[in-house]
Design a protein around this ligand. Structure first.
Ligand code: SF4
Length: 193
């Protein structure tokens, strides 16, 4: 089953690379940024988690120890939290880089693009737009819109295209059928431990 999931990941990587390339004028992702790994819930399905653990087991002992320590601290903070939505830094983020990059989850791969959500008219903008990063050169944080004059100023005729790359869509039955595997249960990464 993992082999089929890897085939899906190859397919997804091909698509996402094209999308990120097409949106290059608005994308400020770069190695070491990691803002998207510093505060989140990180939904993971069973198969994504199993794959992540493959990456984890291949790490040096000291890194594994550091990650386990991070997990213990996050679990404790979650236990003491009264927040409805508990946000935390990903325990796999070590020295501002993903320690399991080749094995990272689907949300980690697709994050950073404007995307559509089934049933919602307005596209979703990544929070990077509020941090001076992705889409900040065209997005108006006060109105929550992308004004025409902003992308025209970049010599671009059409507004940035929003892609169908929501986590729910990318982990839908459509892809299970196409690649013959199951995603399984889904929950925030920290709840898998
Ligand atoms: S698994 Fe890696 S890419 Fe995904 S949130 Fe954690 S540190 Fe970031």
């Amino acid at each position: 089953m993992i082999e089929n999931y890897e085939q899906y990941l190859d397919f997804l990587t091909g698509k996402l690379n094209k999308f990120f390339e097409a949106q290059a004028p608005y994308i400020f992702c770069k190695r070491g940024c990691a803002k998207c790994c510093q505060e989140g819930e990180y939904p993971f399905s069973q198969i994504e988690f199993d794959y992540l653990i493959r990456g984890f087991t291949s790490l040096p002992k000291e890194t594994r120890f550091e990650i386990l320590n991070n997990i213990a601290q996050i679990k404790l903070a979650k236990k003491n939290s009264t927040e409805e939505k508990f946000l935390y830094q990903c325990p796999f983020l070590i020295n501002n880089e993903c320690s399991v990059y080749a094995y990272r989850g689907i949300i980690c791969r697709s994050f950073g693009l404007i995307y559509t959500v089934a049933g919602e008219a307005k596209p979703k903008i990544p929070f990077c737009a509020y941090k001076g990063l992705n889409y900040s050169n065209v997005f108006d944080t006060e109105t929550g819109m992308i004004p025409t004059e902003k992308y025209k100023a970049l010599n671009i005729d059409k507004e940035p295209l929003a892609y169908n790359v929501s986590y729910n869509f990318l982990t839908s039955e459509d892809f299970e059928k196409m690649f013959k595997f199951k995603f399984g249960d889904k929950k925030p990464l920290i709840d898998w431990f």
